[in-house]
Design a protein around this ligand. Structure first.
Ligand SMILES: [Fe+2]
Ligand SMILES: [Fe+2]
Length: 257
């Protein structure tokens, strides 16, 4: 994985980030507003409002070199920024931040106890389905600030998903049918947990169940197609490759998707 490229990506992404026009009149009222407020409350906590780092019990296994630590810090710095944007949006909608929620506690628990490979898999699936949620809010939410916030977050999350693709392409796992199926199922499960809590808000703005699940399916397929197009790792190419090279380059995060 080209660490320098990704460090440059994160540094460049801090530039040209126009703030939403926070003073613009609020375009959403009534039931849609109260449902959106509850939804943004949970996202403000879940999207960068919690621990801004990997929390798996064995995270040091992944963060063993300086460049990877720097990349992960830059990634989570963007997550913190999402929480800041969502917090300002929440206040505009008339809400206050919450300290905890059952889905947030569950998510942190599995990230912590199931290890760093699982945590990275879970974060990838969550980013894929959250990106679809933000896309639907941007499409259906008739409010310039909501759209501005979603636009910035979608821009960042698209980069995060590409970052995951790069780290997976640099690993050794074969993208075999079983792993692909498990990845699809895991992402659909993450989407369903999101949808249980946020369906009401998205539907009250005009989104639909079909649109949400179609979006997940489309983005998972796009991710997998792009992953297959990435330069094959020497271990799977026709180039000569020996075991000592494999041992030296073996990444601890090789099993997903
Ligand atoms: Fe985020
Ligand atoms: Fe993200």
């Amino acid at each position: 994985m080209n660490h320098d490229h990704w460090i440059r990506h994160f540094e460049e992404n801090t530039k040209n980030r126009p703030e939403p026009d926070w003073q613009a009149p609020l375009g959403i009222q009534g039931r849609a507003l109260s449902r959106l407020r509850r939804s943004i409350q949970q996202f403000q906590l879940g999207d960068g409002g919690g621990p801004a780092q990997l929390i798996a019990w064995n995270r040091d296994r992944y963060l063993s070199d300086e460049a990877t630590r720097r990349l992960v810090d830059l990634w989570f710095k963007e997550e913190k920024e999402h929480s800041r944007l969502l917090g300002d949006l929440l206040r505009r909608l008339g809400g206050e931040p919450i300290a905890t929620h059952w889905s947030f506690e569950l998510f942190c628990g599995v990230r912590k106890w199931f290890g760093v490979n699982f945590e990275l898999q879970a974060l990838l699936s969550t980013e894929l389905v959250s990106n679809v949620y933000y896309q639907l809010l941007r499409k259906h939410g008739d409010d310039p600030v909501l759209r501005g916030v979603c636009h910035l977050i979608i821009r960042d999350e698209t980069g995060h998903i590409a970052f995951h693709r790069a780290r997976l392409a640099a690993g050794y796992s074969r993208c075999g049918p079983l792993r692909v199926t498990l990845f699809r199922l895991r992402t659909l499960a993450a989407g369903t947990v999101l949808w249980i809590n946020h369906r009401g808000a998205v539907r009250s703005l005009g989104g639909s169940d079909a649109e949400f699940y179609r979006g997940i399916w489309r983005d998972v397929n796009t991710f997998l197609r792009a992953l297959r197009r990435e330069k094959p790792h020497p271990l799977h190419s026709a180039q000569p490759w020996n075991g000592s090279q494999a041992k030296r380059h073996r990444s601890p995060v090789t099993r997903d998707p």
